[in-house]
Design a protein around this ligand. Structure first.
Ligand code: SAM
Length: 335
């Protein structure tokens, strides 16, 4: 097993200034290649509800955004997405949504069981926010395998600038620890360039990730959404996102690391740049076309070209163009 590395604050500052960028990316590529070869795993992302009880200042589907056009997918529509995805070669389904009270634990468990019954060879990933330990346990027993819950920032003051007072970093971290103890493959992560982020807060993110040792880390640029309190803030930079992907690959060599849609949104070929810097997962959009634009976490989200589930052929070509290969299996964490 490849050992976890560490980084000092001075080294982080040096790398964030863009020094040794090529060397860093090359090393991250080499480490990823040793563990996962040139495989890029695909996950079919089903954004099944944009109702949310939370009011995170950065997020376009926050409760307070009265301009968001709200929707929920029915169980039948979600199953139809899975059927479509299965036919295209997807073997992981990611159910993501706002924290929507309509989806009680019973409803979520019923949905998980239906997917598990129909698609026993697929991984089921949930990304539905903060729940109590009992709920996480029930979803796991119903058949969910993985859970994505970005910690957003590991600095308490910064967390307070991004979220209203009713949300706390300590609860978010507690959720992540509970998920891991229950046995999920767990994903944490953060936005790059979120308002108030500094090298110091990023350093804390990296230390937190080393300590939690998650199976997945989601890192994408912050992108403003015009109806949120951060609508006029600057977006995070692709360069810095790519640098952080490479650093995380070196700190946690075995981690599953998505080249995110947000990275592809702020820069053409952004996701390919992410793969070249050690990322090894892509999450194309498998939601019904009619709702994709309504899941507006941020402005100008790409969702109809190669970044869509049905654009797989184009994606395969562009991934092959940089020496990687799309692999149609569950893409589990490798020790
Ligand atoms: N409700 C679930 C949760 O809290 O984990 C999942 C949905 S949430 C919308 C998924 C992720 O979107 C968040 O963890 C956040 O990092 C990201 N996100 C939200 N607004 C964003 C923005 N303006 N720019 C980039 N990423 C954003």
């Amino acid at each position: 097993m490849e050992a976890k590395q560490n980084i000092t604050m001075d080294q982080l500052l040096y790398l964030l200034e863009g020094n040794e960028a090529e060397y860093l990316r090359d090393r991250a590529w080499a480490v990823r290649s040793r563990i996962y070869g040139n495989a890029v795993y695909i996950r079919g992302l089903i954004e099944f509800t944009n109702h949310c009880r939370n009011n995170c200042y950065y997020c376009g589907i926050r409760r307070g955004n009265s301009h968001a056009v709200r929707y929920r997918l029915s169980d039948e529509e979600i199953m139809e997405c899975c059927h479509l995805g299965y036919g295209l070669g997807y073997r992981t389904f990611v159910l993501q949504g706002g924290e929507d009270p309509y989806y009680t634990d019973n409803r979520i468990c019923k949905l998980i069981k239906s997917i598990r019954d129909k698609f026993p060879d697929c991984a089921i990933t949930l990304s539905i926010g903060e729940k109590n330990r009992e709920s996480y346990q029930r979803y796991f027993e119903a058949g969910a395998d993985r859970y994505l819950l970005r910690h957003e920032t590991a600095d308490m003051t910064h967390y307070g600038k991004l979220h209203p007072p009713e949300l706390s970093l300590s609860n978010r971290m507690e959720c992540l620890r509970n998920l891991k103890e229950i046995g999920y493959q767990v994903g944490a992560g953060f936005m790059v360039g979120s308002p108030g982020q500094t090298a110091r807060t990023l350093y804390k993110d990296l230390q937190f990730l080393r300590e939690l040792d998650p199976h997945m880390v989601g890192i994408g640029p912050f992108i403003p959404q015009h109806d949120t309190p951060f609508g006029n803030c600057a977006a995070g930079k692709a360069e810095m996102t790519v640098t952080l992907l490479a650093i995380v690959r070196l700190l946690l060599p075995h981690v599953l690391l998505p080249a995110t849609t947000a990275l592809g949104t702020i820069e053409h070929q952004g996701r390919e740049r992410g793969l070249l810097a050690g990322a090894n997962v892509i999450m194309p959009n498998l939601s019904p076309k009619g709702v994709r634009k309504k899941y507006t976490l941020y402005d100008n989200k790409i969702c109809t070209g190669e970044e869509a589930a049905e654009g797989l052929e184009g994606l395969k070509k562009s991934v092959e163009g940089i020496g990687c290969k799309i692999v149609c299996d569950r893409g589990d964490y490798r020790l």
